[in-house]
Design a protein around this ligand. Structure first.
Ligand code: HEM
Length: 406
């Protein structure tokens, strides 16, 4: 009978919670480097780091795992009727309904819309800017125009931004107080959700292939589906663009190539490499529905099994000079195992908008990289909220010769 996986010895009462909460990325990295590919990171919590195990969980043995158990069990789900928050046959029905609307044409349209939105960014040259508000506006407006045919106003953009900020703050808080308590945070969250309801109502009144695909949904289901599509399609893509700008700001030689590349293979490689080092989705979890075995260790039913893009994307076994920003590694044929790089997840539950996100991010980076020189204006720290944010990012911006900046 195989034994349990090895792992860190935590505090007698709180286990490893304090170490995880203080520095989730550092904690998970240390677990992998010190204990191997299958690590018991807390009671009934296991981290998988080997590509073949990651593939097993996300692709080959999906029937042994549920998405909506584990870390999310018992917590009220923000949008419970959305595809993203469902499992089993209910999820299958929703994905079959929505999937066909995500066509190749939609991906092509995503690039054109994102480039047009990015063309309107008017950073004053010669200044240090926080790029997040402009990039948020570009990514949010392009994804909502693309999916729902609706151009959001600045009031809508602000309303979605407020909700995302609340969700991100909540996701880094170690304290989960009951939601009915009238804490300032709970009140802010309720206000932000009401603001989102207004945006969703406007979006739902539009017309598009995605809205037609959702034609048979009831009111609550439609609201949950639209809200999660907006939220998941926007914050992650925004962070992918912001991290890419950060890497270009610290690697002028790559920024020069992007300026010349007009959104070609090199710009695509730059975005992929940024998502390797700074994956917007840095953690994915499932609950084991039955006893399973990984790497010769026993993992009992009910265990939360986690895979981390942050940890595996930085493993030197699959990525030589793993901490270096080297976009050229994406230009040759891929020789690394499939489960070593999974910014959009893998298997049947992989991101429905991955191709759209890459097209959008590449188009925005191409357009901004063509018009602006960017230099780093200070230290940046990864903030592992629900999505990995570049905290403190500021860029010194100047116009490239021969381009208008606004
Ligand atoms: C850089 C941008 C993005 C990243 C890094 C990202 C990442 C992910 C990941 C890792 C998953 C799978 C989670 C799991 O296995 O538990 C996922 C699922 C999902 N994503 Fe994305 N995503 C991005 C952009 C988008 C966009 C643009 C859309 C919408 C157009 C979108 C909509 C969704 C939906 C609806 C799901 C749930 C799929 C399902 O449950 O069947 N995402 N995303």
């Amino acid at each position: 009978m195989p034994g349990p996986p090895p792992g860190p010895v935590g505090d007698r009462t709180t286990g490893t919670l304090a170490a995880f909460t203080a520095d989730p990325l550092g904690f998970l990295t240390a677990c992998a480097r010190e204990h191997g590919d299958v690590v018991s990171i807390a009671s009934r919590n296991v981290l998988l780091c080997a590509p073949e195990d990651i593939e097993q969980m996300l692709v080959d043995r999906t029937g042994d795992f549920a998405k909506t158990g584990g870390l999310t069990r018992g917590r009220r789900q923000g949008f419970p009727e959305a595809m993203m928050n469902s499992d089993g046959a209910v999820w299958r029905g929703k994905r079959d309904r929505l999937g066909p609307a995500f066509t190749r044409d939609l991906v092509t349209a995503a690039a054109a819309l994102a480039r047009a939105e990015a063309a309107a960014v008017d950073w004053p040259p010669g200044t240090a800017v926080d790029p997040a508000p402009a990039v948020a506006r570009v990514t949010l407006r392009s994804v909502t125009r693309l999916l729902f045919g609706t151009a959001l106003t600045d009031v809508d953009v602000a309303a979605v931004g407020r909700l995302v900020a609340e969700i991100m703050d909540l996701s880094v808080s170690p304290y989960a107080l009951p939601e009915w308590l009238p804490t300032p945070r709970a009140l802010r969250m309720r206000r932000a959700l009401r603001g989102m309801d207004g945006v969703v109502a406007r979006i739902g009144a539009g017309s598009s292939p995605v809205l037609s695909a959702l034609g048979g949904a009831g009111a609550a289901e439609l609201r949950d589906e639209l809200a999660t599509l907006v939220l998941s399609g926007f914050e992650t893509t925004k962070n992918a663009v912001l991290w890419t700008l950060h890497h270009l700001a610290t690697h002028p030689e790559h920024a020069e190539r992007v300026a010349e590349d007009a959104g070609g293979a090199f710009t695509d490689a730059v975005v992929r490499e940024a998502m390797r080092l700074h994956p917007p989705a840095w953690l994915t979890s499932r609950e084991a529905l039955r006893d399973v075995e990984f790497g010769g260790y026993h993992v009992p039913a009910g265990t939360t099994v986690t895979v981390s893009q942050w940890v595996t994307h930085r493993d030197p076994r699959w990525f030589p000079d793993a901490d270096g920003f080297r976009p050229d590694r994406w230009l040759g044929p891929a020789t690394r195992p499939r489960g070593s790089y999974f910014p959009f997840g893998l298997g049947p539950r992989a991101c429905i908008g991955g191709a759209i996100a890459v097209a959008e991010a590449t188009a925005v980076v191409a357009e901004l990289g063509r018009r602006f020189h960017v230099r780093s204006a200070g230290p940046v720290r990864p903030r592992p909220a629900l999505s990995l944010q570049p905290a403190g990012l500021r860029l010194l911006v100047s116009a490239r010769a021969g381009t208008r900046t606004g």
